[in-house]
Design a protein around this ligand. Structure first.
Ligand SMILES: Nc1ncnc2c1ncn2[C@@H]1O[C@H](COP(=O)(O)OP(=O)(O)OP(=O)(O)O)[C@@H](O)[C@H]1O
Ligand SMILES: [Mg+2]
Length: 449
């Protein structure tokens, strides 16, 4: 544990020197300043655990220093030095959030004792914090399967943001795991014991947004026979997940923004304002910035929602994750279906590694689920995995033309072989090539026959 960093603010030079000299000898890191104003500048530039400030000084006094320090960083402890016999000042300081006080003449033993107490407290805080973030990381890791550095960044981000209340905006193509990440943030946050409320904004009819989100009183409109709590009320204390957030209609965007700013809302048909303590996580697979540019999404609402952006890269840009995900899903669906598989053939895995997964992890999951159910051997091979190949082959140009064409050629040969029950002459005829050529290519591409 590094020792405390302490700032001493006192206009009395000799007192400043006595205090700082004593604490330096005890191994603390010391800054000094002869006025509150200068002291605050030091705090803005340096890491400080404790401010020891005189109460009475020219310029701003100790109480004002206390207030300003708390504004800058509420975690900095403040100790106020009061004159002999002015117990009222000490009480006032404690009421305003001082950590402790010292009265003149200063008893150095007493000071040392108080500093040790603060050191121990800070040490405990640190241990707690690291324990909490370790626990958070562990629980995330048990759900989200990954190996790539791209996903590692996402995981680190989850651990960092889960302790705060800041709004998170998750972007990523369909099936990349946006909801999974949102749940992981909630699950490792201090709100985890309270509800996680996912709302698919694309599924709500335009006229119902207000009552869905804010709820309504009995009889608020035709058909409202019962009082109904909205998503805001249900997620109080927890996390509200605005899925497909780009689909919120403009007229409701205004109302949502106001409720988020005021942290208050009203049920339809009621004038009572209800307080809501909600953490918001939003997600979309659309180009939200484009929607903002085209005035289809309010920029003020977007800024409010997008305090911490997290982008989940598509699966084709983090292929390192594919083998782990494949094995994870084989295990999951084997367990669910009461079957057992030894392995997946290298060729089948190769094919998966080359595929571009327009539907990302969800597509991979569905492929494996289907293969596990339909496969009749003890291992999963290419035939069990049906990849949508043609259009996809042309979409991804990063591999270069030659590799891409070779890939297509290989896939066409496999398909022709499958369709002709692996009779090579027949497959060659289908492809309008000679038998010699098909034999050559089967060897070249190492195709299972
Ligand atoms: N890294 C991962 N590890 C394990 N499972 C994952 C991972 N990423 C996604 N999944 C699984 O893939 C499926 C899709 O994930 P999710 O629903 O979170 O995606 P999404 O981005 O919200 O998709 P959409 O845009 O279609 O709503 C889920 O079943 C989820 O459990
Ligand atoms: Mg989703």
């Amino acid at each position: 544990m590094t020792s405390l960093s302490i700032l001493v603010i006192d206009d009395d030079q000799s007192q400043r020197e006595v205090l700082s000299g004593f604490m330096k000898k005890k191994g603390y890191n010391i800054f000094t300043s002869d006025s509150g104003e200068d002291g605050l500048k030091i705090i803005k530039k340096n890491y400080v655990d404790l401010v020891i400030t005189d109460f009475k000084m020219p310029g701003i006094n100790g109480l004002e220093v206390l207030q300003k320090v708390k504004d800058i960083n509420p975690e900095i402890a403040v100790m106020i030095i009061t004159a002999f016999g002015t117990i009222k000042d000490s009480v006032q300081a404690m009421k305003n959030g001082a950590w402790d006080y010292l009265s003149k003449p200063i008893d150095l033993d007493e000071l040392e004792f108080k500093l040790e107490k603060l050191s121990n407290y800070k040490k405990l805080l640190k241990e707690n914090e690291s324990l909490r973030s370790r626990l958070a990381e562990e629980s995330i890791e048990s759900d989200i399967v990954y190996k790539s550095s791209e996903m590692e960044e996402v995981i680190n981000m989850i651990a960092r943001v889960s302790q705060s209340n800041a709004s998170v905006f998750i972007m990523g193509e369909s099936g990349t795991g946006k909801e999974m990440v949102a749940r992981a943030i909630h699950g490792s946050s201090p709100r985890s014991q309270n509800p996680f409320v996912p709302v698919n904004c694309a599924a709500i009819p335009e006229t119902l947004f207000e009552s869905e989100f804010f709820g309504h009183e009995k009889g608020a409109f035709t058909g409202s026979q019962k009082m109904h709590k909205g998503h805001f009320e249900i997620s109080d204390g927890g996390t509200l997940f605005l899925d497909e957030v780009a689909d919120i209609p403009l007229n409701f965007q205004v109302k949502l923004l106001r409720a988020l700013q005021e942290k208050e809302f009203q049920r339809l048909g009621s004038s009572q304002r209800i307080k809501a303590d909600i953490r918001i996580i939003s997600a979309t697979n659309q180009d939200i910035k484009d929607k903002v540019k085209n005035d289809q999404f309010r920029s003020d609402l977007f800024f409010r929602l997008n305090v911490i952006p997290i982008t989940i890269p598509p699966l084709r840009e983090r292929k390192d994750d594919i083998p782990l995900l494949v094995n994870h899903f084989i295990e999951k669906y084997s367990r669910q279906n009461g079957v057992q598989f030894d392995h997946i053939t290298t060729k089948a895995m190769d094919n998966l590694m080359r595929y571009s997964f327009p539907g990302n992890v969800r597509e991979l999951e569905n492929l494996i689920e289907r293969a596990v159910i339909l496969c009749r051997n003890s291992h999963i091979s290419c035939e069990d995995i049906a990849l949508k190949n043609t259009q996809e082959l042309c979409d991804n140009i990063d591999q270069g033309l030659e590799a891409r064409v070779a890939n297509l050629e290989k896939k066409m040969i496999i398909k022709a072989l499958e369709k002709s029950n692996y009779v090579k002459t027949e497959a060659a005829a289908k492809l309008k090539i000679s038998e010699r050529v098909i034999r050559y290519k089967i060897k070249k591409y190492n195709i299972e026959t």
